[in-house]
Write a protein that binds this ligand. Structure first.
Ligand code: AHG
Ligand code: MN
Ligand code: MN
Length: 347
């Protein structure tokens, strides 16, 4: 019986990877883990308490907020506020950044961008939902943090992760040294290491896309979908279509089984639907660290310099061979061949 390793023990053990760090990042990850357990408690009893349904408010995206969106947002912000390691929170649910100016936080090293509840449309139907977080080091030296501290390229992230509230609750994160997954053991209230060194298979047989938007997709995406659906025994096609509608759940499945997730531009979302800062960047960092690729159709997601906090982007990410095959169909791209785990190079 191998010894249980909790998230806290793992974080401390890996702290040696960061000689310059004096424990702040470790404590920040601990704070996020605590908030995740609190949100998990509400998610798990959602049908029994008045936490389902609409909050009757809308967020900056103009989207109706669910009670759990608001609750999760409050819990993560409260945990970050009291933990003292974060000086700015950028949340999907807040128009502007939240500057934490308490004595213990105003000089904190880290910025956190967060999607507190991902997959909101699935809350009321008991389908897996998640939380996505992204951590940057503050660049400005003193005074009030600047918006440029928040709008850093995804390649500047020091950590990123997600929580998936599914058949079990997992926390998956990276600090740039690989990806590790922890499953919540409710009997001890701890996230325990269950998926060490997660790697996405280079090949997969699953494609995830909302085909309801098919008519609005760029031609290259339509052609790739047809490629996935063609009969070709040698390459294992037709592939399987799987789409949950929670980015975290769709990508978590593909991370484990291999696959590609696609959210192209469409008429409803001419710049894409998913938000660069707190959805695309953290998921791209995790997938690259697991050996996958993440692009917007012609650029590496992590190379995009954000213009504004709630900026949207098209995103295609997953197994290396599947994303590179997609690239062959996307006209106007530089037809770069992306090598996971290394710098991008044109042929
Ligand atoms: P959120 O609930 O944080 O707004 O995110 C929902 C996102 C993402 O989770 C999912 O992949 C996508 O919306 C699904 O969009 P469609 O319903 O348009 O397919
Ligand atoms: Mn989301
Ligand atoms: Mn959300």
């Amino acid at each position: 019986m191998t010894a249980v390793k909790t998230l806290g023990q793992f974080i401390i053990e890996k702290q040696a990877d960061f000689p310059y760090a004096k424990g702040e990042l470790s404590r920040l990850l601990r704070d996020i883990g605590i908030a995740a357990k609190i949100v998990n408690r509400e998610v798990n009893k959602a049908g029994l308490v008045d936490i389902l349904g609409d909050a009757g408010t809308t967020n900056v995206q103009g989207e109706g907020q669910k009670k759990l969106d608001v609750y999760a947002n409050e819990q993560f912000i409260a945990a970050l506020r009291s933990g003292g390691e974060c000086c700015v929170v950028a949340s999907e649910e807040n128009d502007e950044c939240i500057y934490i100016e308490s004595e213990i936080s105003k000089n904190a090293k880290y910025i956190v961008a967060i999607d507190p509840l991902d997959g909101s449309s699935n809350i009321d139907v008991n389908v897996a939902i998640g939380t996505i977080f992204s951590i940057y080091r503050r660049q400005s030296l003193d005074g009030k943090p600047l918006i440029s501290d928040v709008l850093q390229k995804g390649s500047e992230q020091v950590a990123a992760g997600y929580v998936i509230y599914g058949s079990s609750t997992m926390l998956v994160y990276t600090t740039g040294k690989g990806v590790n997954g922890f499953t919540l053991d409710p009997s001890i209230g701890e996230f325990c290491l269950s998926h060490p060194n997660m790697r996405i298979p280079k090949e997969g047989k699953i494609y995830s896309i909302n085909e309801g938007n098919y008519v609005h997709f760029p031609q290259g995406v339509k052609d790739y979908i047809k490629y996935c659906q063609e009969e070709d025994i040698n390459s294992g096609r037709p592939y399987t279509s799987r789409y949950i509608g929670s980015m975290v759940a769709d990508i978590h499945r593909n991370l484990i089984k291999g696959g590609i997730f696609l959210y192209p531009v469409s008429s409803a979302y001419p710049k894409g639907k998913l938000r660069l800062v707190y959805e695309c960047n953290p998921m791209a960092f995790i997938l690259e660290q697991a050996g996958g690729i993440a692009i917007d159709g012609s650029n590496r997601i992590l190379d995009i310099v954000p213009d504004h906090l709630h900026q949207r982007s098209a995103i295609f990410l997953g197994s290396e061979n599947m994303v590179n095959k997609l690239m062959e169909f996307l006209s106007g791209s530089n037809l770069m061949t992306y090598k996971a785990d290394s710098a991008i190079s044109a042929p």
